[in-house]
Design a protein around this ligand. Structure first.
Ligand SMILES: C[S@@+](CC[C@H](N)C(=O)[O-])C[C@H]1O[C@@H](n2cnc3c(N)ncnc32)[C@H](O)[C@@H]1O
Length: 197
């Protein structure tokens, strides 16, 4: 059952050196295609692992997290890195502290499987996106050998689309990655672009 929340005690892992080495974070961000003249939200930003590279490519990044400790860590990281275009703050389980049509893009990396009301959260994402905007959802794929949350917490692209399409978000590109060590898959990811007409 999705909806399980990661603890802020795991923040160091979320922003760790090994993650930078093994996650295809550059490829994921390339799918999002943030532009220098665009405002983005990093929803479920955690300690800011994706916020920082996103902020180097976009005009403004709203780093939002349900957990105020995570939002504070993302803010501190942005300050440490001199990224003055990051505005970090806590958000609600569903409600986002942004006006309608506020952003060109919303990044959601490893957060959709933590949503307790996924259909409502995606409707809220659709509300804050400008027409023509896009969202990128990145999640762990299946497979017992793959890093990530327990199998019963994971979601599939089909599940995501069943929540997103009634919210008015249309499917865009879907990409999958598998990382192997000695032939064994240790990391399976998928990324789904969602388009706001
Ligand atoms: C697994 S972490 C991923 C953090 C970050 N995106 C990354 O990949 O480094 C998931 C984050 O989403 C946050 N979160 C969970 N449910 C949320 C919700 N409904 N709205 C906003 N943030 C949420 C958690 O507090 C946590 O910081």
């Amino acid at each position: 059952m999705p909806g399980h929340k990661i603890s802020p005690r795991q923040a160091a892992t979320l922003d760790g050196f090994w993650r930078g080495l093994f996650l295809p974070w550059k490829g994921a961000l390339a799918l999002a295609r943030p532009g220098q003249d665009e405002d983005w939200a990093d929803l479920g930003c955690g300690p800011g692992f994706f916020t920082a590279p996103l902020a180097r490519q976009a005009r403004t990044v709203h780093a939002l997290d349900l957990n105020p400790d995570m939002a504070a860590m993302a803010a501190a990281k942005a300050q440490r890195l001199g990224l003055g275009n990051v505005r970090a703050q806590a958000c609600g389980e569903v409600a986002l502290p942004l006006p309608d049509a506020a952003v060109h893009g919303v990044l959601m990396v490893f957060v959709a499987h933590e949503f307790r009301q996924p259909a409502e959260s995606l409707a809220e994402v659709a509300r804050v996106l400008r027409p023509g905007g896009r969202a990128l959802v990145v999640e762990f794929g299946g497979g017992a050998l793959s890093f990530g949350p327990p199998a019963h917490h994971r979601i599939t692209p089909d599940q995501l689309l069943a929540w997103a399409e009634p919210a008015g978000l249309a499917p865009g590109e879907l990409r999958r990655w598998t990382r192997r060590l000695l032939g064994l898959p240790y990391l399976k990811l998928w990324a789904q672009v969602l388009l706001k007409p």
